[in-house]
Every structure is written in C-alpha cells, then in structure tokens.
Design a protein around this ligand. Structure first.
Ligand code: DGP
Length: 127
C-alpha cells in the first residue's frame, strides 16, 4: 500500500517556517530542534526535510543522499549536545516511534535523541 503524508502536520509547518522551533542543526536534507515537551535534560528531534511519515517510509523511498545526510545529522546532534560516550558524555538513546503501537503523535519521521541523565530501562516490564 502507498504511503500517505499529511502536509499539515506540525513538523511540516516547522519546515515551512510557519511555526518556530529551537534549532540545533540544519543540513541540506535534515533539521534538528529541541522537543517542546522534553523528557530528559537533552531532548532533540531530528527530522528529514522530505515528506516521510515514518522510518519504513524513509528507508523505502528516500534517496541515498537523504539517508546519509539524516544519519550523519543525528550523529552530529549527539556531538553538539555533549552526550557521546566517546567524548566523555553520559550516553544517549535514540527513539523513532511509528504508528499506533509506537504511539506516534506527529506523522513526520522524527528521531528523538535523549540524554543528560540515566534514562532507565528502554521499556517498562510487563506483568
Ligand atoms: P512522537 O510521539 O514520537 O510522535 O513525539 C512527538 C514529539 O513532538 C513529542 O515529544 C512532542 C513534540 N512536539 C509536538 N509538537 C511540537 C512542536 O510544535 N514543536 C516542538 N519543538 N516539538 C513538538
């Protein structure tokens, strides 16, 4: 089934400059900005500029150039916010939610980069 993208989502509006953001990094194909509702001392969202609804859409339809740009942008954000273990940072977590099971709120691919504290288990134990 074909992917459908809603160009009225809030991140599309940020990309068009209709809604402001606290920018961390901009590259040719990617934008990174601080989450409006941070879950950790460092909480940055990295998005591709292209109209991709989630990671599987991006991986299927984005160009190699976009994928390389996005991947490197995430790494550069980790460096910029000082969370890389290699540089003495505490570490970080990357999360990309998709669809109902992932509880995705904004239907434009975004990778959350979280750090600045010990983040606990990845998922709560069930039962
Ligand atoms: P997700 O559940 O993975 O779709 O998370 C969406 C995130 O987007 C959530 O952590 C809050 C953030 N967010 C929603 N609206 C805005 C906004 O207008 N600006 C910024 N900077 N972040 C937003």
């Amino acid at each position: 089934m074909a992917y459908t993208y809603d160009d009225q989502n809030i991140f599309a509006k940020i990309l068009r400059g209709e809604v402001p953001c606290n920018k961390v990094l901009e590259t040719e194909h990617s934008l990174a900005f601080r989450d409006i509702n941070p879950q950790a001392p460092e909480h940055v969202l990295v998005i591709p500029k292209g109209p991709y609804v989630n990671y599987d859409h991006f991986a299927t339809e984005a160009s190699d150039e976009e994928i390389v740009d996005f991947t490197r942008a995430i790494g550069r954000v980790c460096t910029l916010i000082g969370v890389c273990p290699q540089d003495g940072g505490l570490g970080y977590r990357m999360i990309a939610n998709a669809g109902e099971a992932g509880v995705q709120e904004v239907p434009h691919l975004h990778v959350h980069v979280l750090g600045g504290r010990v983040l606990g288990r990845m998922l709560p134990r069930q039962g």
